[in-house]
Design a protein around this ligand. Structure first.
Ligand SMILES: Nc1ncnc2c1ncn2[C@@H]1O[C@H](COP(=O)(O)OP(=O)(O)OP(=O)(O)O)[C@@H](O)[C@H]1O
Length: 555
């Protein structure tokens, strides 16, 4: 069994108050009839962090009801109530647990971010595992597919916590960025629950022979697609299809299928049949007409004239938010479009705040071990800031995040909502800020026009200091190389949005060069390798500094 990370006190004790209530780096390459009442929102007053109880509406059923009816094993009930400190079910748990446990229904479930979907899908599958007549470790009973490695690890940790009183069962992960052979031998040795990312699972499936991971997947009783809409996005859809096709037929194993997400766009319903039976139930704890964003999460919109003003607006936003929550409690996630943007903003924040604000950069270009370490550090941190791409936009449960700040265009509305969902989780308070350049303003009207945002003007005086920092970047082999990489990443990212912003390629290059000068302090036009010019479809566009050598390696 993989080493279990000790579970941090995941949420403080909260005072409950009911109120009426109502989701890439990955994108760079690409939401149930209501059985319970709509989710109740709760405001929170933080106090000491243990025991780990979380505000959930107190008009939902208690987990003990499931125990009384013999629907869950007494040891599982003890784990939930005594070890994890849960008493009442969250609305999505109340709505889905009974059909999942009693009818073994196939379910497509939608509930707001941070409302306990993980326990909702793990509990029925674990109940099945611990009551089935099968040698522990012999074959995978629950297969969970997750869009990101970080989320897969988090789900596996939650499953391990739920199996605390059943040490004979093992939970394994199949994720990229780790040694495949070691991973395979761990799974082959003993695995009851496998949490996998689609790409790595496909890799394992392609390994021939009886002693392969596929051999362990011949008796899967429960299949869960978490963050289903993300998984079924371009790129992953084909993998998911192949994975499901490689499993024994659903009818022969009576496998239960569950799809969960905070956002369920039409395309998910179109492909739900891949994993679910024809007569699956659609359960939503978001009432009709509700906006799937925490209405109670105040969201600011900071619009700046130019792209080169965004970093200064970020610094101003951090200062503004620290003033509201206090430096000791300020714990924020800043989302940025590309890995290079992440490095850029992280260094600016670090140096502007002279390391008084613990800051890290998280994106998929880091080694997996570093990604895991940074994720765990941020989960346990009392305060600080992580600048990240969408690798942590979905599902990640970092306790006490007070702020989510998004700089630049989110991929779409779902991305905006899922990113925002990293704060105000399980009844806590939180705030959101979106920082856009005027050219990006179309996003507001076209994508998130129904979300209430408060416009705030930012003080952009930090600009000068930012240029100085950019001239002496430390994240590349040289500051010049770092500047060039950020420029190239900027160009590559905004190339995809040029049409939406009403730009032709000439204007795109002009704006990129302006960004290089005013945001990066680069003297002149940064070079762009010939092959990248072709790749970006910018051949013949005036204003580029094309170089034929291999000095600049692009995004
Ligand atoms: N019944 C419960 N009572 C109290 N806390 C709970 C309960 N169920 C889950 N939690 C806690 O609530 C937090 C959020 O849960 P979880 O991460 O499963 O949310 P989610 O709905 O999957 O969010 P996202 O949409 O972001 O993926 C976790 O810390 C979890 O341990």
């Amino acid at each position: 069994m993989e080493q279990t990370r000790p579970k941090p006190n995941r949420a403080p004790r909260w005072r409950q108050r009911k109120a009426a209530s109502r989701r890439s780096e990955l994108h760079g390459a690409a939401q149930l009839q209501n059985a319970a009442s709509a989710a109740a929102a709760v405001a929170a007053v933080p106090s000491p962090p243990s025991p780990p109880t979380v505000a959930v509406p107190n008009d939902t059923l208690e987990f003990s009801e499931l125990g009384k009816n013999g629907l869950i094993h007494p040891k599982l009930l003890d784990t939930l109530t005594k070890d994890m400190g849960f008493k009442h079910m969250t609305p999505v748990q109340e709505a889905t647990l009974r059909p999942l446990l009693t009818e073994r229904a196939d379910i497509l479930a939608q509930a707001k971010t941070g409302t306990g979907k993980t326990v909702a899908f793990l509990l029925p599958a674990i109940q099945r595992l611990v009551t089935q007549d099968q040698k522990p470790g012999a074959s995978v009973s629950l297969l969970v597919i997750s869009p990101t490695r970080e989320l897969a690890i988090q789900i596996a940790d939650e499953a391990k916590a739920m199996l605390k009183r059943f040490p004979q069962y093992s939970v394994q992960t199949a994720i990229g960025g780790t040694n495949k052979d070691t991973e395979e031998s761990r799974i082959l040795k003993s695995c009851d629950i496998l949490v996998a990312t689609p790409g790595r699972l496909m890799d394992h499936m392609e390994t021939e022979g009886t002693l392969c991971v596929m051999g362990k997947l011949q008796n899967v009783q429960s299949l869960v697609l978490d963050e289903a809409d993300r998984l079924l996005d371009m790129g992953f859809q084909q993998s998911i299809k192949k994975i499901i096709k490689a499993l024994p037929r659903k009818e022969t194993t009576n496998r239960q299928g569950v799809l969960f997400s905070a956002t369920v766009p039409a395309r998910v319903k179109e492909v739900a049949h891949l994993a679910l039976s024809q007569n699956y139930q659609f359960i939503s704890t978001i009432s009709e007409g509700e906006v799937n964003t925490h209405e109670r999460v105040p969201q600011d919109l900071v619009m700046v004239p130019n792209f080169s003003d965004q970093a200064a607006a970020l610094i101003d936003t951090i200062n503004h938010e620290i003033e509201k929550v206090g430096r000791e409690s300020f714990k924020a996630i800043v989302f940025a479009p590309t890995a290079q943007h992440v490095e850029y903003y992280a260094e600016i924040v670090k140096r502007t705040f002279n390391d008084t604000l613990p800051t890290s950069a998280l994106h998929s270009r880091l080694t997996q071990s570093r990604r895991i370490r940074l994720t765990e550090e941020f989960r346990d941190a009392k305060n600080g800031l992580v600048v990240a791409t969408d690798v942590i936009a979905r599902g990640m449960d970092f306790p006490r995040v007070t702020n989510v700040i998004q700089v630049g265009l989110p991929f779409d509305k779902e991305t905006y909502v899922h990113r925002l969902g990293r704060t105000a989780r399980a009844g806590a308070d939180g705030r959101g800020t979106l920082i856009l350049a005027e050219a990006e303003s179309y996003f507001i009207e076209r994508e998130i026009g129904d979300i209430k945002m408060r416009a705030r003007d930012a003080d952009l005086r930090a600009r000068e200091g930012i240029i100085e920092i950019a001239r002496s970047f430390t994240f590349g082999k040289s500051s010049e190389e770092a500047q060039i990489k950020v420029y190239q990443a900027w160009l590559g990212f905004y190339k995809s949005y040029a049409r939406a912003m009403g730009w032709d390629t000439k204007r795109l290059v002009k704006e990129a060069n302006l960004f290089a000068k005013l945001a990066l302090g680069y003297p002149g036009v940064p070079p762009l390798a010939k092959r990248l010019v072709g790749k970006m479809g910018l051949k013949g566009v005036p204003g580029l500094n094309i170089e034929s050598d291999t000095r600049s390696k692009g995004e």
